[in-house]
Ligand binder design. Structure first.
Ligand SMILES: *[C@@H]1O[C@H](CO)[C@@H](O)[C@H](O)[C@H]1NC(C)=O
Ligand SMILES: *[C@@H]1O[C@H](CO)[C@@H](O)[C@H](O)[C@H]1NC(C)=O
Length: 246
């Protein structure tokens, strides 16, 4: 009985799990449309972002959680240290890959993606100078990005004496392009003075476009850090050669 259950369970799991080899079976490095082939394959993986791909050692990453993301700004009028804590980021399941570009010389792949609705939230600790005023505060925050596009550049040092095959680190950089609208709510922005806070909240959300210059590097850092972490945790043992046989 127990064995039957195990076999049924095993069979169900096998059925539920996607075969990446199958999805990418047409993709060969020598093909002229290799990048499009990867893109089409990636766009079939969305249903698995929530559950992950345990067969390939990939944990669920929608939502993603980051315990701590530090950020520094050293612009003259915006000089601060910001620490984002307990950050969750969701929206990957609805995202769409619009292009994949390989750079073999640099061991890099650039993935451009659009998100109809991406949401982030967490806790922040802020300490610094804004327009000459000293500001030290902390509180909850949340951010929604609508019709948002970003490019993630994933690079991996080739294996060598300084980087053994199983542990050469992956680095992810995020570069956001556009965003049609955003909503940012920051709790305790003015030390609990609710009139001022409500006003600031309205100003931020009505006039976020100029402020986006400040915000976009923070989002880049946040997403880049999150994905450096995701890729390093999940793709170190990823069987690339099984998925992309040459
Ligand atoms: C972050 O989450 C941990 C674990 O749930 C909790 O102990 C900690 O107090 C949280 N930190 C903040 C700043 O919310
Ligand atoms: C977003 O943050 C604001 C300010 O802290 C809070 O009032 C609101 O409930 C939050 N919304 C969500 C969806 O977490």
């Amino acid at each position: 009985m127990f064995r039957t259950c195990l076999i049924i369970l095993g069979a169900t799991l096998v059925h539920c799990q996607i075969k990446l080899e199958k999805i990418f079976e047409e993709c060969h490095l020598q093909m002229p449309d290799f990048e499009d082939c990867l893109k089409n394959g990636m766009n079939q993986l969305n249903p698995y972002f929530r559950e992950g791909l345990p067969d390939y050692g990939i944990e669920p990453f929608d939502p993603f959680f980051a315990e701590e993301v530090p950020f520094k700004s050293r612009m003259p009028l915006f000089n601060f240290n910001l620490i984002l804590r307990n950050v969750t980021e969701s929206g990957w399941t609805l995202s769409h890959v619009s292009s994949v570009k390989m750079n073999h010389n640099k061991n890099e792949v650039a993935i451009t993606q659009s998100f109809p609705d991406k949401r982030l939230k967490g806790w922040f600790e802020f300490d610094g100078n804004i327009l000459g005023a000293k500001v030290k505060t902390q509180g909850p925050w949340n951010l929604s990005l609508f019709d948002y596009t970003q490019t993630l550049t994933v690079s991996r040092k080739p294996a060598g004496p300084s980087a053994p095959l199983s542990h050469h680190p992956i680095k992810v950089k995020c570069n956001l392009h556009t965003c049609k609208n955003l909503e940012l709510h920051v709790g305790n922005l003015a030390g609990g003075r609710s009139f001022l806070e409500n006003m600031l909240d309205r100003v931020i959300n009505a006039a976020w476009q100029p402020g986006f210059v400040i915000l976009s590097p923070i989002i880049n850092e946040l997403v880049g850090t999150a994905f450096t972490d995701i890729f390093n945790r999940n793709f170190q043992t990823f069987p690339f050669s099984a998925v992309f046989p040459n």
